[in-house]
Design a protein around this ligand. Structure first.
Ligand code: DGJ
Length: 574
């Protein structure tokens, strides 16, 4: 049986309203045309010898990735000043090509996690030519100063050699699709560099280009920046402290501007040679840390406007999401002026549903768990299973008969168990699978493995539920209102797995349904639930039907925490 038999008319109608995975406008429009990145980032030392690169690439292909993010280390590319060794770069491009993978290059140049640890020894030792950032008290840091033209020239020479080599070995850009410039740039220990050149520029006027950008984009400004500027009178001229006030957040903005200007110069070099996507990544300022306590001044959400003004050639500012609050970090980077792309996220059993959530809810360009080469089989399996579903959904989108007219991402854990989606007159109550009271894991005192995925709307009363660890109930708005009232009055009826009232709920009193409103034509039922798969051309194929116990006798649609599925749901009204 094929469940895709929509009438031609319906297909044409829905086609007109089809959404795509690339609806947001970003700094550079280039990213809109890019294929979705089902990625994984290699651990930091995974590409320091050719043998390791040869071993890891086929493994990543087997794990279901279409893109591997791999570091290119300045210290190996230019071990002696002016002498370049391309063996690691050549090997990674060759191996990716052989395995039909794309790669994203991570330029571990002047800075990696704030520090300058990947600069070659000849650079590190020569602090006279290549000065360090210094703290307020004058302590030098292992952070090259971004105010030094010598630092820039040395970094840029190596970066240029790398991008030129890419043009020789991957001129058609089929393998290397993107370049991350530096890695988690930022100041640590102090919110800003206090070297003499930094102090001079800090006392000088705020660059006009920044002020112009803030004025032009007033409506899109991050609230923290907008408030800070406004509290100081929205001045359009003056030193950094005069325009933005005297605090560590102004110090951070000042550094963000100068890091951004530095990166822009590298980005222009790359862009002059190719149209590869260019991005920068940021460590999040989580758990109440203040500038100086996290890699400050990187492309953090609250500094996005400064980065956009300083580095307009950069296509995406990307969050590395390790901490709790995955969904909240996503929403801070999925913006009208920035497409969400997650180059790093802790690789764990939750990575699979997080990826689906990011794609479904935010139209993410890509997702990439960090150190996937070192992850446990269980963690890798979560990513593999999720990407297998994504491949099918992408095929569906790419199908010229695609008829997806809306989509949502859902992500649940023990603290955030439910999301109610109102889709016109239909209400979808989506929950974590463990909310089913009969699942023994529901009562576990420990944290729940996350559940969720995506909901795709094919037509009125027709959806795909895609993911793992999720239950969805469908109701009309009318029914939902009635159910809410029953909850409020304590007269709701909770059912067990067999459909009987749960033990203890039955008081023995006769149930009076007189208060029930008229339901005729106002109830929503499940017509059928089919597990489906999509072939490479995006044609949906029936696998098996989920009815009886598997749909709680027609009451809901569910995918267990151990399963990864696409369920095709057809509803009806009665
Ligand atoms: C974020 C960095 O960007 C990675 O290179 C790596 O150091 C991870 N942190 C480690 O958690």
């Amino acid at each position: 049986m094929n469940t895709t038999n929509l009438s031609l008319k319906k297909r044409l109608l829905t086609l007109c309203a089809a959404v795509t995975f690339a609806t947001t406008v970003c700094a550079g429009n280039l990213v809109d045309g890019m294929p979705i990145v089902l990625g994984g980032e290699l651990s930091n030392s995974a590409a320091t010898c050719v043998e390791d690169i040869r071993e890891v690439m086929p493994r990543m292909k087997k794990a279901g990735l279409n893109t591997v993010l791999v570091p290119v280390y300045w210290e190996f590319l230019e071990p002696q000043e002016g002498k370049f060794d391309y063996s690691l770069l050549d090997t990674m491009v060759d191996e990716a090509r052989k395995n039909n993978l794309r790669i994203g290059i991570l330029w571990f140049g002047a800075w990696k996690n704030s520090m300058s640890c990947y600069a070659p020894l000849w650079f590190k030792q020569d602090t006279k030519r290549y000065p360090r950032a210094v703290t307020r008290s004058g302590k030098p840091l292992e952070i090259a100063s971004c105010f030094s033209e010598n630092v820039y020239r040395a970094d840029a020479a190596a970066f240029t050699a790398m991008v030129d080599r890419l043009q020789e070995i991957d001129a058609d850009q089929k393998v290397v699709s993107m370049i991350q410039i530096e890695n988690e740039i930022g100041m640590l220990e102090d919110a800003r560099d206090h070297s003499p050149e930094a102090n001079r520029l800090f006392a000088a006027d705020v660059p006009e280009a920044l002020i112009r950008h803030l004025q032009k984009n007033r409506k899109l400004l991050h609230s923290q920046l907008a408030e800070k500027w406004q509290q100081n009178g929205n001045k359009t001229r003056g030193s950094w402290e005069q325009v933005f006030g005297s605090d560590i957040y102004t110090d951070e903005m000042f550094m963000a501007w100068h890091y951004g200007v530095y990166v822009e110069r590298l980005a222009k070099i790359a862009r002059s040679r190719s149209s590869r996507m260019l991005y920068v990544n940021a460590a999040m300022n989580s758990r109440g840390r203040k500038p100086g306590e996290y890699p400050s001044a990187g492309p953090l959400a609250h500094l996005k406007d400064v980065w956009h003004a300083a580095a307009p050639t950069i296509d995406i500012l990307a969050p590395d999401i390790y901490d709790t609050g995955f969904a909240s970090w996503c929403s801070q980077y999925a913006l009208a002026d920035n497409r969400l792309f997650i180059p790093e996220s802790r690789c764990c059993v939750n990575s699979g549903v997080r990826a689906l959530y990011a794609f479904g809810e935010h139209d993410a360009l890509g997702f990439s768990p960090f150190a996937i080469d070192q992850a446990s089989p269980q963690e890798v399996a979560a990513v593999t299973n999720s990407y297998k579903l994504m491949e099918q959904i992408i095929a569906l989108y790419n199908n010229r008969y695609a008829y997806i007219i809306n989509k949502w991402g859902v992500l649940f854990d023990k603290d955030s168990k439910e999301r109610v989606i109102t889709d016109g007159a239909a209400v979808l109550t989506c929950r974590h699978y463990f909310t089913l009271p009969w699942d023994p894991r529901a009562n576990s005192s420990s944290a729940w493995q996350e559940g969720g995925g995506m909901i795709l709307k094919l037509a009125a009363d027709e959806y795909l539920v895609v993911g793992n660890g999720i239950v969805v109930e469908f109701a009309t708005e009318y029914e939902k209102k009635y159910e809410k009232e029953r909850q409020q009055t304590g007269t709701e009826r909770k059912l067990g797995e067999d459909g009987f009232l749960l033990a203890g709920d039955n008081s023995g009193k006769a149930k009076n349904d007189n208060a029930a409103p008229k339901f005729k034509g106002q109830r929503m039922g499940i017509g059928f639930v089919d597990e489906v798969e999509t072939d490479a051309n995006g044609n949906m194929k029936f696998l098996r039907r989920h009815n009886g116990d598997q749909s709680h006798q027609g009451r809901h649609v569910r995918i267990s925490v151990d399963d990864w599925k696409i369920l095709h749901v057809r509803l009806y009204r009665y």
